[in-house]
Write a protein that binds this ligand. Structure first.
Ligand SMILES: C[S@@+](CC[C@H](N)C(=O)[O-])C[C@H]1O[C@@H](n2cnc3c(N)ncnc32)[C@H](O)[C@@H]1O
Length: 219
């Protein structure tokens, strides 16, 4: 595992957590994670031929579900910094010519030399300091075609004080300070500043999770 850059963050997973990530998510959601991801991917409206960039792609579970909808001419590029995630992603998708992996940090400027129809950032962006999130958004924007769609699947804007105490306890235990900051921000206003428009949203898990979509303006 590369050196952790953000000591207060939990998003740079330890190798042990990365190795068992899908199982852990399923356990802490009491078996509901898989159903949730199926619904969220359905709501992404993936189309045949879509070229998709998955930033912080993890084990490739989301890519597997998206690939069922993109047809023979679609493609997915998964990007992640974790060797453990790379191993799992390639084990899952190694035989599929449509799906490739790039070992790359998403919190610094980079250029994959290709523009995409859709960029997914799923349960990644909340884990960074806000100024770093801005770089991730710039990377997403730069890799989208004009009119392309950004899809942020992550926590919704949540008022922690309104959570039942046991949910608040789990959130405080599992999540890091950056996630507490993430849920308090107005993400549509932030995305507007970065040139995104035409917002859409779908909610899951008692409205704790949200798929927020927005389009890059057509130039
Ligand atoms: C919470 S997991 C989410 C994985 C996947 N997107 C999903 O929804 O199942 C966060 C992922 O972000 C990756 N990650 C964390 N920091 C990163 C960075 N700076 N650059 C690239 N990937 C990063 C981790 O390795 C991990 O795979």
């Amino acid at each position: 595992m590369p050196q952790k850059l953000y000591t207060d963050s939990k998003i740079e997973l330890t190798p042990a957590i990365a190795r068992h990530y899908d199982l852990i998510m399923n356990s802490i959601s009491f078996g509901k994670y898989s159903h949730f991801i199926h619904r969220a991917v359905r709501d992404m409206n993936i189309r045949h031929g879509d070229q998709i960039l998955d930033l912080g792609c993890g084990t490739g579970k989301n890519a597997a579900l998206m690939s069922e909808r993109m047809g023979a001419n679609g493609s997915i590029t998964g990007v992640d910094l974790s060797p453990e995630m790379e191993k799992q992603f390639l084990a899952r998708h190694g035989g599929d010519q449509r799906i490739t992996f790039s070992k790359q940090r998403i919190d610094i400027p980079f250029d994959l030399g290709k523009k995409y129809d859709k960029v997914l950032i799923s349960f990644v962006i909340h884990g960074f300091p806000h100024e770093v999130r801005e770089q991730i958004l710039k990377n997403a924007y730069q890799h989208l075609k004009p009119g392309g769609k950004l899809m942020i699947l992550d926590f919704a804007e949540i008022n922690m004080e309104e959570m039942p105490w046991h949910h608040r306890f789990i959130f405080r235990t599992v999540e890091c300070v950056y996630a507490f900051d993430y849920i308090e921000r107005d993400w549509k206003s932030i995305l507007k500043e970065y040139g995104f428009t035409d917002f859409g949203e779908s909610f899951y898990f008692r409205n704790y999770a949200r798929l927020l979509t927005a389009f890059k303006k057509k130039e």
